[in-house]
Ligand binder design. Structure first.
Ligand code: FA5
Length: 338
């Protein structure tokens, strides 16, 4: 019996089998236990020696069980350590790096130029009211931009701003002159989209107000921006134009020296001297809010431009709709280049 038990113990491949072997020989109704139980049937003179014999067998089995159990436990632990080990020498998996959207890059280039010139960079609400988007900017009710065709109207009578110019009004109502700001943000127009027009696009708006600000300051500022974008020999061009909130008004273009050829004038946006009616509307709003009228008699200039134009030419993107189509093949090209 001892021989048989010891062999079974040695052969047990795992802890589960070893437990079964233990039960079979030394469990409550195991073979060795039964032998001990049958001692009572023996004649008294044999009981002692037989008892000692069985106990020795039991001892041997218990010892063997303990040793085998230790070996199997160690093996199980080794296997677990091996399977759960982390190989610290393996090369890491590269984390996918994000990147700035091309419009944000152009914004960052532009705002860096204006911050250097001492401007404050602000943003503002995309949902506007008619007064800030049109009225206060001297846009008359019959102006085509107020047409239902051009503006996304909301059910509550408000609208999605069609340009960043309403922030001129908001900022002046809250701040006294002198001031120099640029506004960045999204604008919306109910337009049929094509390669150069989107229903949602971005603008950068500039506003400078103080004493004796002139058209010469405006031209110098636009020229400085052009040099910041395209280098010290950059050229700018102004052409008379009409915007209700400026007088005189102009469109400005920058000569774009295209490294791939096809250099051309890049029509960037509109600008002009802030219209006196805008200052008056601002003072009216200030007065209604219990603030002093401080804008009448001041002069200032404003400009607004579309960064999409700059980004399309800078990065060779042929269609404005690519910017917002969420096609990873377009945006993915800007990954990792911060
Ligand atoms: C304006 O929005 C005026 N608020 C700009 C301004 C500000 C003039 C301050 C004077 C003083 P305009 O509608 O031209 O102007 O738009 C300005 C620029 O936005 C355009 O030159 C163009 O670059 C860009 N833009 C206009 N419509 C779209 C469009 N649908 N998609 C993409 N870019 C557009």
């Amino acid at each position: 019996l001892q021989q048989e038990a010891l062999q079974a113990i040695q052969a047990a491949p795992d802890l589960g089998t070893l437990q079964a072997v233990k039960t079979r020989y030394v469990g409550k109704s195991g073979l060795v236990t039964k032998e001990l139980g049958s001692l009572g049937k023996l004649p008294p003179e044999e009981r002692k020696s037989r008892g000692a014999e069985i106990n020795a067998v039991r001892q041997a089995i218990d010892t063997a069980l303990g040793e085998r159990e230790a070996v199997l436990k160690r093996a199980a632990l080794d296997a677990r350590l091996a399977s759960e080990a982390i190989d610290v020498t393996l090369p890491g998996l590269g984390l996918p790096a994000g990147g700035l959207h091309p419009i944000n890059r152009v914004y960052d280039d532009l705002t860096a130029i204006y911050e250097r010139l001492g401007y404050t960079v602000i943003e503002g609400p995309e949902v506007e009211d008619e007064h800030h988007n049109f009225e206060a900017l001297n846009v008359p009710w019959y102006h085509p931009a107020r047409d239902l065709q051009d503006t996304f109207w909301l059910e509550d009578g408000r609208l999605l701003r069609t340009h960043t110019s309403p922030m001129q009004v908001r900022y002046m109502v809250d701040h006294e002159p002198p001031l120099k700001i640029v506004v960045r943000g999204k604008v919306y127009r109910y337009e049929a989209t094509d390669a150069t027009h989107e229903a949602m696009f971005h603008q950068l708006e500039g506003l400078v107000v103080g004493d004796g600000i002139s058209m010469a300051d405006l031209k110098g500022t636009i020229a400085e921006m052009a040099r910041g974008l395209y280098g010290p020999s950059a050229k700018v061009r102004f052409q008379p134009s009409y915007y209700p909130f400026v007088e005189p008004g102009a469109d400005f273009a920058v000569w774009w020296d295209n490294p791939r050829g096809e250099s051309k004038w890049l029509e960037l946006g509109g600008c002009g001297m802030v219209h006196p009616n805008v200052f008056k509307a601002v003072d009216d709003l200030r007065e209604a809010a219990g603030k002093a009228r401080v804008y009448e008699g001041k002069t200032g200039f404003a400009f607004g431009l579309g960064p999409e134009r700059i980004a399309m030419l800078k990065y060779g993107i042929p269609d404005i709709r690519y910017f917002y189509a969420n096609d990873p093949r377009v945006i993915g090209q800007f990954r990792g280049e911060l």
